[in-house]
Write a protein that binds this ligand. Sequence first.
Ligand code: XIL
Length: 342
Amino acid sequence: NQSSLKDAYKNDFYIGTALDINQIEEKDAKTTQLIAKEFNAITAENIMKSMFVHPEKNKFDFETADKFIAFGKKHKMFIHGHTLIWHSQLPKWFSEIKDSAEMNAALENHITTIVKKYKGKVDSWDVVNEAVNDDGTLRKSVFFKALGEDFIAKSFQLAAATDPKVDLYYNDYSMENPTKRAGVIRMVKKIQEKGIKIDGIGMQSHWHLNSPTIEEIEESILEYAKLGVKIAITELDVSVLPSPYGMQGAEVSQRFANNEKMNPYPKSLPDSMQVKLAQRYADIFKLFLKHKDKISRVTFWGVNDTQSWLNDFPIKGRTDYPLLFDANLQSKKAYYNVIEAA
Ligand code: XIL
């Protein structure tokens, strides 16, 4: 009979949440209390991304990120930095660089300035985010186009040289897909073969009710662990909505034009679905516990359902119910199942 998520898993791994600006500013006491009670790790959902901290080539802006760090310190939490090098949410100046010397200089200035600023404050960093495609090849990002695959090892090297103590992670989604996994493992091995430090692999874990299967998740945990790195579950949520990825363009726009049609559960999640979600979370946490020696942290991508990014992704206007707390910050059945699994 445990009183919170972090207490229930205190001997196993950190239990984290992503926080966005409103939550950090502590605008609502109930939300702040809930965060402090349930979680002992935080990740910035957006505010440490390059478009926010490095908006112009010669201008850094750490005001909001500093508030995030202060929040974590105040509540004695493990602080995870997300993310140094990512092709998305990139400021215009960065996304337009084509020249390799210019990209090298930008990468160096970006990584060393940020890692130095938060040396001793941030406990781990996502150094590179989403560099591998689903087919296992490397994404042809602006970084790749300018520097080739070297940008990955170089990013880790810069981060390690700036703060030798902070844990350095590679983070990505669909990490359970065997083809993608093979690409990630190839990439990590190349970093290791160069003698460059990489401490961990982040499995984002934006999952669905039935996929990936527990067996697929387990296989990935075991395969990544063979690299001798820590594994973190970095952005966990379980969508209850059908994935729209298989739809054709016309169908997507048709549905986009009519929010109601896109959303099978407009008002609240039906009881039968609550039960399914809770069962899924129980299965997931039982697996995490089985491999607790390999898992450093499990972080949810948001605190409660209304605030989840999935309400706008991959199509805007859907209502999803992927987290453990509902719109009124009440614990869902899934919450109790996660506590009971411990
Ligand atoms: C998402 C945020 O949750 C949204 O608020 C934002 O609009 C887009 O980014 N992979 C990642 C995260 O690494 O940074 C993304 O976060 C979700 C997917």
